[in-house]
Design a protein around this ligand. Structure first.
Ligand code: UDP
Length: 322
């Protein structure tokens, strides 16, 4: 069976939330070399604190839209680089478009030069505000091409297109993962996403800011489960997109109650304006991940939230509610 043992791997976006967990998992699996590349615009070197000093690990501060200063040989290139929260990509629209387009092509060229396998971290956002539910990989999506989310959605759609084209025309072995909502330690408390927002509010005893009436749904996957899916996909032979996410779907109001229960605190629910083009429903169909990769999520929401809350309490220095 294939494994990461002894392999040489580059993780673009390696100092981000998902990227840093991936680097850790690769080292745990016995990779000989793990090179994290990040320009730190939304990533954070602090995420790599426990990895610095581990044999084989190194960090390169670089913008992959300019040049990727990584020496081969390489067996695998993971492209996890992009701002990923709606607030981040609204504030960094051109950076988001460039990293998904130019950055992805630079990553593909790095893989091509090294005959490495390239994995593109795409997103459930390629389905936009989906008219098909749950979302299967053969659904082409419902994306507003000029709306506020388009800088992310269209960049990721382009990155899938160029990844597929390098696979078809340049002989690069490619993988495409569509990542659904993921949570866990190392999310930024102020990145605007619902998990850090609600956890922060619960820990400070503040009201939960539900956007709209809170009837929109999401399905939350713990980061360790996601990373296991990424490694399995990379080691598979599957060139076509695979959804990785947790199919347990809930409304945002239900999610606020789940965070309140796990944290043992928080105020009431207050409604705030719903952002434009906010998807009304989202749930992965993971039939392909199950059958092709033997993957499914294992960590229940309650357990993942406990881990996440404990981390926010400790590291982010938020005090437990009185
Ligand atoms: N949301 C919310 N309150 C917040 C932050 C987000 O109700 O403080 C909602 C948001 O409108 C969306 C869902 O929670 O419907 C998930 O938002 P997030 O930004 O985490 O990710 P998305 O899935 O929209 O990319």
């Amino acid at each position: 069976m294939k494994s990461m043992r002894g392999k040489r791997v580059a993780v673009l976006g390696g100092a981000g939330f998902v990227g840093s967990h991936l680097c850790e998992r690769l080292l745990d699996d016995g990779a000989a070399v793990v090179i994290a590349v990040d320009n730190l615009i939304t990533g954070n070197e602090e995420n790599l604190r426990t990895l610095n000093g581990r044999p084989g690990f190194s960090f390169v501060k670089a913008d992959i839209t300019e040049r990727i200063p990584v020496e081969g040989p390489l067996d695998y290139v993971f492209n996890m680089a992009s701002p990923a929260s709606p607030i981040d990509y609204a504030q960094l629209p051109l950076e988001t478009l460039r990293v998904g387009s130019i950055g992805t092509e630079n990553g593909l060229k790095l893989a091509e030069a090294n005959k490495a396998v390239f994995l593109m971290a795409s997103t459930s956002e390629v389905y936009g505000d989906p008219l098909v539910h749950p979302q299967r990989e053969d659904y082409w999506g419902n994306v507003n091409p000029i709306g506020p989310r388009s800088v992310y959605d269209e960049a990721k759609r382009y990155s899938e297109a160029i990844t597929a084209a390098y696979g078809r025309t340049k002989g690069v072995q490619v993988r495409i993962v569509r990542i659904f909502n993921t949570y866990g330690p190392r999310m930024r408390l102020n990145d605007g996403r619902v998990v850090p927002a609600f956890v922060g509010q619960a820990l400070k005893g503040e009201d939960f800011t539900v956007f709209g009436d809170g009837s929109q749904t999401r399905s939350f996957c713990y980061v360790k489960d996601l990373v296991d899916g990424l490694v399995r996909l990379m080691l598979s032979d599957e060139p076509n997109p695979v959804n990785i996410g947790n199919p347990r779907e809930m409304t945002i109001r239900q999610f606020a109650e789940a965070v309140r229960a796990a944290a043992g605190g928080g105020g009431t629910i207050i409604e705030k304006p719903l952002p434009k083009d906010d998807p009304k429903q989202r749930q992965p169909d993971i039939t392909r991940a199950r059958t092709l990769l033997g993957w499914e999520p294992k960590v229940p929401l309650e357990e993942g939230l406990r881990e996440t809350i404990a981390w926010f309490r400790e590291v982010a220095g938020t005090k437990p509610p009185a």
